[in-house]
Design a protein around this ligand. Structure first.
Ligand SMILES: Cc1cc2nc3c(=O)[nH]c(=O)nc-3n(C[C@H](O)[C@H](O)[C@H](O)COP(=O)(O)OP(=O)(O)OC[C@H]3O[C@@H](n4cnc5c(N)ncnc54)[C@H](O)[C@@H]3O)c2cc1C
Length: 270
């Protein structure tokens, strides 16, 4: 089995995620509450069935991560003789504490656990610096039956060679073929490239107008900006304007813990 990745194996958005993952794991919470919070934060634009599926499957996926070796932060239960429970944080748009985290490096810890689990499987090989360029589908190969993914063209960015990875067969080898085509510079690796690839393969594309703006980052004229996690507001951090005045009250009843689009627009209007 092959996993391809365009840079090194640890380089991903996941690696940078800090705050944590929202999932229902506490007795004080419920799937229905999480669904309603999500639909509300989605301002009526979410597909409810998709929201329900993701929220319902969340706890099982968390259990799976824990089984694979992920350690989420815990806290001692008060007056319990040292018993421990998951330390749940709060973030914007959530009516309950439901953010599981590993200190402030949640994504990195998840990625470490997953990479360690992959390393234990002798039948999985990771190809670093391999950029997917296009999916090979049965229709593109002129096969009239239902459209299926048969493989992928991949640029080895170290050698400049394009390789063909074929859909797994039952047999030895990693399914790789080399093409005698050379590409040089590779630019514009992006979300759009992946959407275009899916579109060319026949996938329906929706909601292309949506890009998430994370509302808060550290600004310093002489330093590189970086994202300030919503967990900071979850633990009581309050947004103030340059005059030191709180302003979120005028924008949403959840104030600084309003959904991200509302917080981002409020900051912009200030
Ligand atoms: C600073 C920061 C903080 C965040 N904090 C949180 C948080 O607290 N909670 C939360 O839920 N979310 C958070 N997010 C968002 C979260 O990280 C992402 O939604 C999530 O990691 C996406 O996971 P993924 O597996 O889909 O993508 P990724 O983790 O980005 O993995 C995609 C992988 O595919 C590779 N790849 C991409 N294109 C190609 C290609 N064409 N060919 C080959 N390989 C390719 C990439 O190199 C990468 O390794 C944060 C994001 C950032 C940047």
């Amino acid at each position: 089995m092959a996993i391809i990745t365009k840079k090194n194996r640890a380089e991903s958005n996941t690696n940078y995620a800090q705050g944590g993952i929202a999932a229902v794991t506490s007795k004080e919470d419920s799937i229905e509450l999480h669904v309603q919070d999500t639909l509300q934060a989605g301002a009526g634009l979410c597909k409810e069935q998709v929201v329900r599926t993701i929220v319902q499957e969340g706890p099982a996926r968390i259990a799976e991560l824990i089984q694979l070796g992920m350690h989420f932060s815990e806290r001692e239960i008060p007056q319990s003789n040292g018993a421990r429970e998951l330390d749940l944080g709060k973030e914007g748009g959530h009516s309950k504490r439901r953010i599981l985290h590993a200190k402030d490096v949640t994504g990195r810890e998840i990625e470490c656990a997953l990479l360690a689990a992959v390393a234990e499987q002798s039948n999985i090989r990771i190809f670093e610096n391999h950029l997917a360029i296009d999916l090979i589908t049965s229709q593109k190969l002129g096969q009239p039956a239902a459209n299926r993914c048969m493989g992928v063209y991949v640029l080895d960015t170290a050698s400049g060679q394009v390789e063909t990875f074929r859909r797994a067969h039952h047999g030895p080898g990693d399914g790789r073929l080399r093409k005698s085509l050379s590409l040089h510079d590779e630019s514009g690796h992006s979300h759009w490239r992946r959407c275009r690839m899916a579109f060319r393969a026949g996938a329906a594309i929706a909601n292309m107008e949506f890009i998430q703006f994370h509302p808060t980052c550290l600004y310093h004229p002489k330093a590189k900006s970086f994202l300030i996690s919503e967990a900071v507001r979850g633990e009581g951090g309050v947004l103030k304007n340059i005059a030191g005045t709180e302003f979120m009250e005028q924008h949403h009843p959840l104030k600084s813990l309003a959904p991200r689009d509302i917080v981002a627009r409020a900051i912009d209007s200030e």
